[in-house]
Design a protein around this ligand. Sequence first.
Ligand code: NAP
Length: 264
Amino acid sequence: MSTESKGTAIVTGASSGIGEVYAQRLADRGYDLILVARRLDRLEALGRKITERTGRKVQALQADLTSRADLAKVEALLANDSSITLLVNNAGISLEGSVLENDAANIEKILAINTVAPTVLTAEAAQQFVKRNKGAIINIASVLAFAPEMMDGIYSGTKSHLLNVTLGLASRLQGTNVHVQAVLPGATKSEIWENSGKDPEALLPGMVMETADLVDAALLGFDRGEVVTIPPLHDEGQYKAYNDARVAMGPNLSRKEVAPRYRA
Ligand code: NAP
């Protein structure tokens, strides 16, 4: 446990699951905390527990990240509190079914929480951190970013969006003292499954990671300066091969001439 303050970390979705473990671990590492979610009672109880155990300052902020006004409150903290050195964009929801089963309200809700909120907060944090040349952003995406066929394309799309935002920003941050990391969990034990009426152990027997193991691995990747951390993927070469192929395509993606296979 560290006694030296590392500044303040904002953790969204800290009222349960992965975010709750991040809050605990970051306090152990010496961060004061601002915990964000809708369930204020849970945030306050967690805050008291953390302060008792670590002595770190913890503020609970009730915010529904689908609300533009609530999102603006978190943006304002990032803009005005120069003690903030870390943003963990963790809040997220899953969605039952694909575009064949969902209406506009469901789709807009998941896009607001999983896509708009973390992107807006990443932008505000990155702009502030670049000005100070100090700070880090952790974006909790998902392995489903690579697997739109596995469940449904909508959730997968929100997570590939966040992965792309992270990769794009990482390329812009080269040479600065500001770091961005995307964490891609596989199935991890948390309320997200209960909330969508699924039992992960029944669906994926022997494949579900504990939240503590996930966060500890992700923080190890963070300490190593990784831009993409995939704790469940044992063969790192598979991601490297995938990413190298993607990057290699880059110079070939725009041409004046139509590719020969499309010439009439
Ligand atoms: P979780 O236990 O359900 O936690 C989700 C968190 O997001 C809660 O703290 C919840 O707080 C918050 N949240 C949900 N809707 C919100 C809203 N409208 N406004 C503000 N906060 C909201 O699930 P988790 O598994 O820990 O999920 C954390 C992240 O990991 C998510 O981004 C998820 O997509 C990602 N992930 C999870 C898995 C998995 O298998 N568990 C796999 C890959 C990626 P309130 O309800 O109190 O608002």
